[in-house]
Design a protein around this ligand. Structure first.
Ligand SMILES: NC(=O)C1=CN([C@@H]2O[C@H](COP(=O)(O)OP(=O)(O)OC[C@H]3O[C@@H](n4cnc5c(N)ncnc54)[C@H](O)[C@@H]3O)[C@@H](O)[C@H]2O)C=CC1
Ligand SMILES: O=C([O-])CC(=O)C(=O)O
Length: 333
């Protein structure tokens, strides 16, 4: 029996993500929570003839605690999205408080669940959840993830197009490490598998497109929000990987996730030998298992260009993480 919870389930990401999770036969119960419309979305999705039992909750009558009760996996796309001209960090003022308060409830009701954070700015919201869980004495770094899968999904799409093989996009694998905003996103195109023959100018164009892919969607939506459907796909893909690993299935390839590097001390040692010691969270290739992070896998060899990208990423990430940590430190919990 596996219970999945979506928090922010009535939103642009939440609805299609809930739909995709309802299609998963790995899930036997799907609880949808939002401050608006979650019972409506749940009623709608519950008519789909897949096994998961669907329930919907609002804040009244302690709905969040009811949704979280017995949760095995919690996916969080709650909070506001960007409008043109904004950075993800501009969302901090609203989303930091939302995510902190959700984490407090999770710590109380379902601290052993896998927690997948989608709400931006991911670079800061994941440290916020970690700090709350630490304060409550229930932090397990193997079970907390920032979802950066959309960067990996975009990389496969853009690279397969550049290689003239868009029909093979599912088989193009590119590690994307670092964080989830602008220059903190570091695609390792030199490790593209299968390898591609493109010149440095193309590498730089692709890198920039992967780093700023989110802006493309924000611009195209012109005030109506940011990526929702591709994010729902990416979120469902990552949640499925976590659940499959929890069920004992070995995966064919590693997913990336933004984790606290203490999730695997040995793996982290190898990673910090490449990225340095100045960041405690980083999106890394993961071997997942029954308890979440089984291993943090090596980053492989980086080109000189990628080493330059990495340097910039680490500088920015330190500030983003510190901001999240300071926010919880100054909060009364
Ligand atoms: N990690 C990633 O790669 C990506 C992250 N995002 C982020 O995901 C978040 C959600 O984006 P959208 O779904 O487009 O926004 P949206 O505004 O369409 O939906 C957000 C939902 O969260 C709900 N919500 C607000 N406060 C809540 C609370 N305290 N408890 C429960 N639910 C609450 C709202 O009622 C709304 O239904 C944004 O922060 C966005 O920046 C978006 C795309 C990619
Ligand atoms: O760009 C945004 O604000 C939403 C996001 O994280 C993405 O699409 O990668």
């Amino acid at each position: 029996m596996v219970k999945a919870v979506v928090i922010g389930a009535a939103g642009g990401i939440g609805q299609p993500l809930s739909l995709l999770l309802k299609q998963s036969t790995l899930i036997s119960e799907l609880a949808l929570y939002d401050v608006v419309n979650a019972p409506g979305v749940a009623a709608d999705i519950s008519h789909i003839n897949t096994p998961a039992k669907v329930t919907g909750y609002l804040p009244k009558e302690d709905g969040l605690a009811k949704a979280l009760q017995g949760a095995d996996i919690i996916v969080i796309p709650a909070g506001v999205p960007r409008k043109p001209g904004m950075t993800r960090d501009d969302l901090f003022n609203i989303n930091a408080g939302i995510v902190r308060d959700l984490a407090v409830k999770i710590a109380e009701v379902s601290p052993k669940a896998f927690i997948l954070v989608i709400s931006n700015p991911v670079n800061s919201t994941v440290p916020i959840v970690a700090e709350v869980l630490k304060k409550k004495g229930v932090f397990d770094p193997k079970r907390l993830f920032g979802v950066t899968t959309l960067d990996v999904v975009r990389a496969s799409t853009f690279v397969s197009e550049a290689a003239g093989k868009p029909e093979d996009s599912l088989s193009f694998r590119i590690p994307v490490i670092g964080g989830h905003s602008g220059v903190t996103i570091v695609p390792l195109l030199s490790q593209t598998s299968p390898s591609i023959a493109v010149d440095q100018q193309k590498i730089e164009e692709l890198t920039n497109r992967i780093q700023f892919g989110g802006d493309e969607v924000v611009k195209a939506k012109d005030g109506a929000g940011s990526a929702t459907l591709s994010m729902a796909y990416a979120g469902a893909r990552f949640a499925t990987a976590v659940l499959e690993a929890a069920a004992g299935k070995k995966s064919d390839f590693p997913e990336m996730g933004y984790v606290h590097l203490s999730a695997d001390e040995a793996g982290a040692k190898e990673v910090t030998s490449v990225i340095g010691n100045s960041t405690s969270f980083f999106s890394v290739p993961l071997e997942l298992g029954p308890n979440g992070v089984e291993k943090i896998l090596p980053l492989g060899k980086l080109s000189e260009y990628e080493q330059g990208l990495l340097k910039k990423a680490v500088e920015d990430l330190g500030g983003n993480i510190g901001k999240g940590v300071a926010f919880v430190e100054s909060s009364k919990l």
